[in-house]
Design a protein around this ligand. Structure first.
Ligand code: SF4
Ligand code: SF4
Length: 736
């Protein structure tokens, strides 16, 4: 028995180790087929801290309650229980062998017992959770829909098997050591010690050889399996996640939200005024993604957290961020033999490798290399255009991903190529682009219309809003109010604009606007993929803002549109524009706190607040709107099920505002259905796009009789104004 156990264990170990090591080297080579990226190594101390915090604290997984805790034990057990593997090797040769020095040290034995037990229970919990939400039962609602089931179960049952072996070995070890009564060293396994105690010495020894062999074989069969499946993310993430987290986009440890990455070619930012002859615009081949992109794809665990939160997936569209990442990974690995042999295409699509270089490349890899990265099923595309254009860039996927995959950057990189080189995008969005090019706003309205709301406000309230440099000296301006295209031109959004201006006036804040000088911030064209237009609009705005604020005491800007807020605060620094930008809800909360705005009039009713993605997830502004509503007397707040970090998109982001929504349920309808389940009187938000999307849907519901007539959709500023505004004076009672 002993000899057989030794031979089988050692052979399995050698094969498993060799295959896993070969695969690790191969994964490295595949990752390095990606484009250079020199932005991933700054601040190594903070990066190391981030890895430590995210791993030891499981800070991203713990958002998922019991799953996070169970996974913590599995992850910690995976690394710390290597000691039990070492012991198993020793036991093959001597059943009583323990690790020298610490083997019989009580704290070590207790640690092994506890971690062994909790790892086993942890993986059992994860298996049960997976079984309870099998796609066969839950369909698209299952976060595992589309994941490769056998790989996940194989990994999980492997860990379960190892955990069971550890505990059986502990029982056998105790029995062999002649443990007669309960000891702390056998904290959990003592019942097994009792069960094995009656067996003979030689039987116990043989059982130890057998179980040690099983433990080793299960472990190294797993190593061999992942060795022959280098794209098996559910297994490889155990190693790759550390690198993926370390090299994440934000060196301060934040998630890859807020700004989009500047467009690069060959790892260098593109100079849009004088792009290099051979510059690549966006991503048209998998190897155009930076190496970190390919590391992202390789690391995906297929856990489906991103998918479960995605508004596109949840409304029946073909986009799932998980399936997108998995498709890119399968493609990258399938194409890799071709790329590693020197294959590739030049800008004209000609092969750059010689026939000799490609002579030994498998036919499957050559065929894979011919697949368009973005293309329909008929074109054998890797990513279907309907998948690519369904994304609202809401950030729910990035926010939830436990291994910090940067979905939005990859999606926008593919869009950039489609828009800038192929001119291939939903035609409706073309109108928006043309209007931006010609008129500087997506509706194509005349520039002077940007001041209509100013005239209306003056007529309605007598308040005059000054234009900086024309009606007010910049030196007197505390805040430059960035109105945004929707805020200036869209009727419903204009109500927010006027309410906010009236509140600023009431609070005595010295503010001014750019008036006709303002133009689109560039959020929509950038997220659509038209980086060139974004650069143009952005450069113009930065110049205008710098000139307008040159003599202002501060470069403070307040924006009512979260998209403009995000672009000016987070993306204009890429264009040399550095401003202090806040959202109007932040300023309003501040003015209330300072006592400059006093909400006194009750606004009665049940209210539910919709978090705009670009205010919440992208910029972490969650509490100011809620605190403002808290201060308004009469309002009763109730959260929708999906709120704050898990808020559900309205459907307008990522330039989706300008595209038809032809597939599945409308995202705004899904969101309004969720709001209606609370039977609110008011749905509030803090974004002009959300306001339009939600009120469109609510109006539709009213027409169908599915929403009460008095249900309102309003911006938080409108609510506050209603509460701050003096009520019309009561008529004097008439003497009888
Ligand atoms: S950003 Fe939002 S819409 Fe786009 S893939 Fe992620 S979750 Fe889905
Ligand atoms: S959340 Fe991250 S790891 Fe999980 S499936 Fe999505 S991309 Fe993969």
């Amino acid at each position: 028995m002993q000899l057989a156990a030794i031979v089988i264990s050692l052979v399995t170990t050698v094969i498993g180790t060799a295959l896993a090591a070969r695969a690790a080297a191969y994964i490295y080579r595949v990752v390095m087929t990606g484009a250079p990226d020199t932005t991933r190594t700054g601040n190594p101390v903070q990066r190391t801290k981030t890895v430590a915090v995210e791993f030891l604290g499981h800070t991203r997984m713990n958002k998922w309650g019991v799953v996070g805790v169970a996974h913590w034990f599995v992850a910690v057990g995976f690394f710390t229980l290597v000691s039990t593997l070492v012991t198993a090797f020793g036991q093959l040769f001597d059943a009583e062998w323990v690790i020298p020095v610490i083997g019989h040290w009580l704290p070590f034995e207790i640690f092994t017992e506890l971690v062994g037990t909790l790892t086993t229970l942890g993986i059992a919990t994860l298996i049960v959770i997976r079984l309870l939400s099998l796609p066969g039962r839950a369909g698209r609602k299952s976060r595992f829909a589309g994941s490769i089931a056998w790989q996940a179960f194989y990994v999980e049952y492997t860990i379960l098997g190892i955990g069971i072996c550890i505990m059986i070995l502990r029982g056998l070890e105790g029995a062999l050591a002649g443990v007669e009564s309960y000891e702390a060293a056998y904290l959990v396994s003592y019942p097994l010690v009792v069960a094995f105690r009656g067996l003979s010495h030689s039987t116990l020894e043989n059982l130890i050889y057998l179980v040690a062999m099983l433990k080793i074989c299960i472990s190294f069969a797993w190593a061999a399996t992942i060795g022959i499946n280098p794209s098996m993310g559910v297994a490889w993430h155990r190693f790759l996640a550390f690198f993926n987290i370390y090299f994440k986009r934000e060196e301060d440890g934040d998630v890859a939200l807020g700004a989009l990455r500047p467009m690069t070619s060959g790892g260098q930012p593109i100079d849009f005024e004088d792009p290099a002859e051979d510059a690549t615009f966006g991503v048209s081949q998998v190897e155009h993604f930076a190496w970190k992109g390919i590391l992202d794809f390789s690391t995906c665990t297929e856990c489906g957290r991103c998918q479960s939160q995605c508004p596109a997936w949840n409304t029946g569209k073909p986009l799932s961020p998980k399936l997108l990442i998995m498709s890119l990974r399968e493609h990258a690995f399938a194409k890799a033999p071709y790329l590693l042999a020197g294959g590739g295409k030049d800008a004209e699509g000609n092969e750059i490798a010689t026939p000799e270089q490609l002579a030994n490349v498998p036919a499957a890899a050559l065929a894979e290399a011919e697949r368009p990265l973005v293309g329909t099923a008929e074109e054998n595309g890797v990513i279907d255009p309907d998948v690519l254009w369904s994304c609202t860039t809401c950030g729910a996927c990035v926010e939830q991903c436990p291994v910090d995959i940067e979905h939005i950057d990859h999606i926008v990189d593919m869009r950039r190529y489609q828009v800038m080189i192929e001119s291939s995008f939903p035609t409706e969005a073309g109108t928006m682009l043309k209007n931006l090019e010609n008129k500087g706003n997506p509706w194509g309205m005349a520039t002077k219309a940007r001041l209509d709301w100013v005239k209306e406000l003056k007529k309605e309230t007598g308040i005059e809003v000054p234009v900086i440099g024309e009606d007010i000296d910049p030196a007197e301006v505390e805040y430059l109010y960035w109105v945004g295209c929707a805020g200036a031109l869209e009727d419903r959004a204009k109500k927010t604009t006027k309410a906010f201006a009236e509140l600023l006036h009431t609070a005595g804040v010295k503010f001014a606007i750019l008036g006709k000088e303002e133009t689109c911030s560039g959020d929509s064209p950038r997220r659509l993929g038209n980086e060139f237009l974004f650069q143009m609009l952005g450069a113009q705005n930065v110049e205008t803002l710098n000139a307008a604020l040159e003599d202002a005491p501060t470069k403070r800007i307040v924006a009512t549109c979260p998209h403009c807020f995000n672009t000016i605060a987070n993306e204009y620094p890429q264009l040399g524009g550095h401003f202090e930008v806040i959202h109007h809800t932040q300023l309003l909360q501040h003015l209330i706190d300072e006592g400059k705005l006093l909400p006194v009039n009750p606004v009665e009713g049940l209210i539910t607040y919709h978090d705009p993605c670009y205010l919440g997830r992208h910029n972490k502004v969650y509490s100011p709107p809620r605190e403002i509503m808290d201060k308004v007397p009469g309002l009763r707040q109730q959260e929708m099920h999906r709120h704050k970090e898990r808020g559900f998109c309205c459907g307008a982001g990522g330039a989706r505002m300008w595209m038809e929504e032809r597939i599945g349920k409308r995202i705004n309808t899904e969101r309004v259905d969720e709001a209606l389940s609370l039977n609110p009187d008011i749905v509030s938000t803090a974004c002009p796009f959300c306001l339009v999307m939600l009120s469109d849907s609510v109006n539709g519901k009213k027409n169908e009789g599915a929403a009460k007539e008095h249900l309102k959709v309003v911006d938080v500023a409108q609510l506050l104004l209603d509460s701050v505004k003096a009520l019309p004076a009561e008529p004097e009672p008439v003497e009888a």
